[in-house]
Design a protein around this ligand. Structure first.
Ligand SMILES: [Zn+2]
Length: 97
């Protein structure tokens, strides 16, 4: 398979310390009408450690992050990678724009 074909089949990227990634903030609870005061948002984050989590399953990739929110820093450990759903409280590599 041609690695330059852009078919999305290239090997998965691995996180490394100092790398910039995205952390997905937790949105506020969904109201009865389906709206949220704050929705989940991508935030800039720097990988501070690549640690095997105590309860990691096969294929799970956990990192520690320094999250750069617009209003302050936030640190977290054992954050799970989620490239597909971008669920709140997970990280992923920055989207190509
Ligand atoms: Zn993102």
């Amino acid at each position: 398979m041609n690695p330059d074909s852009g078919d999305g089949q290239s090997p998965p990227q691995r996180p490394s310390v100092g790398r910039a990634v995205h952390y997905v903030s937790h949105g506020t609870p969904v109201r009865e009408d389906g709206t949220q005061a704050y929705t989940a948002q991508c935030r800039a984050a720097v990988v501070t450690a690549v640690d095997p989590a105590p309860d990691a399953g096969p294929g799970d990739v956990f990192v520690s992050l320094a999250v750069l929110n617009p209003t302050g820093l936030f640190f977290d450990q054992f954050v799970l990678q989620d490239e597909d759903d971008h669920a709140g409280g997970t990280w992923h590599f920055p989207e190509r724009v």
